[in-house]
Design a protein around this ligand. Sequence first.
Ligand SMILES: [Zn+2]
Length: 411
Amino acid sequence: MSQEIIVLEGGLVVDGNGGEPFAGSVLIADGLIQEVGDRVSHPEGAVVVDCTGQAILPGLIDAHVHVGATMVDFGNQSRVKPSSLVALEMAGRLRHMLDVGYTLIRDCGGADWGFKVALDEGVIPGPDAIISGRIISQTGGHGDMRARADHSDPRDHHEFGMVFSIADGTSELRRAVREEIRRGADFIKVMASGGAASPTDRLECAQYSLEELTVIVDEATRNGLYVAAHALPSVAIAQAVEAGARTIEHGNFLDEPTARLMADRGAALVPTVATYVMAARHPEKYSDPPEVVAKIGHAAEGAMAAVEVAYRHGVAVGSGSDLLGDEIAWLPHEHELRAEVVGNGAAIVAATSANADILGRPDLGRLNVGCRGDVLVVRGNPLEKISLLARREAVRAIVKRGALWRCEERE
Ligand SMILES: [Zn+2]
């Protein structure tokens, strides 16, 4: 994509920082936001997009996706789909995310370095990606997809898709972390508690010992990476935070003391509400065994309350979707469900500047001068109608890295 000079003119400016919205314009040039205000200059050669009746806001950020989970039943994916098919489906999912307004995603397990390069170099269209590579899990943990009677080798030799690195004990874990770093991970993702989709573990249990988690964090941080921990119950959240994990993923059963601990230690929460709540509302979609369906229902019960607890205790709260396979159609629900708890304005901040800060990219997710030119134009006002977010038909224009990816003519 070549860089352009773009004026998004006369829309409702929603800055992503939670500031008061105002009628104004945004000038983007040299890949960056150059001016934001009531009026902006019109350099020669600028493409002017009339945004009357529309909102101008930062490109959305999703802090927890699995682009490689092209099936809801992802535990079986590498048995039934060849890598070639999975790769092409992943390209389609990435394009979909850009099309509905995401300009950055953090893949919490599944996409490898090749996808990151392909996006970076424009080989395939999509948001920019921050990747963890394979998810590190203990034997029988949330990344071990074997059923009880399956005694096969748990190590998955696929390069990408929904792939896990099964490792136990401190020396195996050092090697597992080093291997993901060697393969190009931007951060390390670890399963620190049970989860819904795994067939043999309990949702309420902490996985890995404190000693093991501490080794994972040590190995990651010495190499300049941070650790993101999948953890639902407070016992697992507290242990992961104690070990030094920087982000807690899901956190469905976050209680008040653990929220205080997170705030004290500066650990951020990335709730993923839609994946649990919507799945619990649609059990007919799942061919999962009854134990898994029951775990989804249990996890859904806590998801919304945990968001409220985290906000009330001053935890940095981001936004992730964690949707699998065709559940990707539920992306708008992540924002709608969040808004039921904290309101539309805070839901927009979570998916823009709060996510950018949690992901260590303060140059994204906000309409500030000097930030990267990742900007959306949406038909209508998402502060009044949050369901406009992440909906293809609501997106008028998308600017990524200062270039128009799509701009529909005025209707
Ligand atoms: Zn996930």
